[in-house]
Design a binder for this molecule. Structure first.
Ligand code: PAF
Length: 282
């Protein structure tokens, strides 16, 4: 599609579009919570290359935030987001309100078991229940063929793939590579919370992942030894470790011994900001 990007505010209008003649060909979908950065833009660009119609949603989903998390402070930059989306070639931006997504009397939740109890799920109760519920709703409203998601949220992709398979959604997730700043900090809306000193210290996330990879390539396969070397480096930069886990890149099962299918996934507080990152060991 070409013409000017359209902003759709109501669920009814969005659903009507999916049923109209305008809506033919492959539909690519980029779900976001706004505060768009180059990571999001890269997802839209992948979608643009592969799909006939590109839809982005911008909706700050309250149900995936815990009571002590940063929902109120989450950056809200709608006007700039719309400009960026248009430049990236998005055709439609869906911007529902919470009243529409969670009207009075809302009672239905989508919950994936097991894989949501580990890693971020163990630290953020109900986070993934909020994600799976809102993404189910968005997929039902937008009817995408392909959904573009960044691998920075590696567990989110694994959880959603489980849900898609278990509940027979027809959408296929396209996992897209992590986009990094020039000093390799993974792009995230949360980076905006870091002060100057924290921003420099945040480089240690990537550095620690690289360190594990280097040690693995040199022959160290014991996750305890790899974890310890990462811990030392992160603590040197005053990072507070939430978790460091070595998991199977497909199932997210913990690894007793690292191998070429191992992905290391970390969450680290730099100051009060919780950052996540991950990397294959090969
Ligand atoms: O990854 C995100 O930004 C969110 O978790 C998502 C998928 C848009 C659901 O609110």
């Amino acid at each position: 599609m070409s013409s000017k990007m359209k902003v759709i505010q109501s669920i009814e209008e969005m659903v009507a579009l999916t049923k109209s003649d305008l809506w033919s060909g492959t539909i690519g979908f980029v779900p976001t919570m706004g505060a768009l950065h180059r990571g999001h833009i890269s997802l839209a660009e992948y979608a643009r290359k592969e799909c006939d119609i590109v839809v982005m949603s911008i909706y700050l989903n309250p149900t995936q935030f815990g009571p002590n998390e940063d929902l109120d402070n989450y950056p809200k930059t709608l006007k700039a987001d719309l400009d960026k989306a248009e430049k990236a070639g998005v055709d439609y931006v869906f911007t529902p309100t919470s009243k529409m997504m969670y009207p009075d009397g809302f009672k239905s939740w989508v919950n994936v078991e097991g894989i949501t109890d580990i890693l971020c799920g163990a630290k953020r109760p109900n986070h993934f229940r909020g994600v799976t519920t809102i993404v189910s709703k968005l997929m039902n409203i937008v009817s995408p063929d392909l959904m573009y998601m960044g691998e920075k949220d590696y567990q989110q992709i694994a959880v959603l793939n489980t849900m898609i398979s278990d509940l027979n959604f027809r959408t296929v997730i396209r996992p897209c590579p992590i986009i990094r700043e020039s000093d390799n900090l993974a792009m995230s809306s949360r980076n905006a919370y870091l002060n100057e000193d924290e921003r420099i210290r945040a480089r240690v996330l990537y550095q620690s992942l690289q360190k594990a990879r280097t040690l693995y390539k040199q022959g160290t396969a014991d996750p305890e030894i790899l974890r310890k070397s990462m811990q030392e480096l992160i603590q040197l930069h005053a990072g507070k470790i939430d978790y460091i886990e070595f998991v199977d890149r497909n199932t997210l099962d913990k690894k007793e011994t690292a191998d070429d299918n191992t992905r290391v996934i970390i969450a680290v507080f730099i100051g009060s900001t919780r950052l996540i990152d991950n990397m294959d060991l090969v």
